[in-house]
Design a protein. Structure first.
Length: 77
């Protein structure tokens, strides 16, 4: 399934937010509660709370952050 190029920003935000939130919520849940029964339920709750926030932050923040990064990178190095 290919998505039209005009949706690239949304596809990127979707993939990046799922990737980031999956790893971060799992790590933080493990650190806070340990490898105890109910880990997946606790992780899922953290995931579904954090994912929409991360998606919106990436969707609206990524273009500005990419511009800032481009300004901070030395050209020709």
């Amino acid at each position: 399934m290919l998505v039209p190029a005009r949706y690239a920003r949304f596809v990127f935000a979707l993939i990046m937010s799922i990737y980031m939130v999956t790893i971060m919520t799992l790590v933080i849940t493990l650190v806070n509660t340990g490898l105890e029964p109910g880990l997946l339920a606790r992780w899922w709750r953290a995931f579904y709370i954090a994912w929409p926030i991360a998606f919106l932050l990436i969707l609206f923040g990524a273009p500005r952050l990419q511009s800032l990064a481009a300004k901070l990178i030395k050209k020709g190095a």
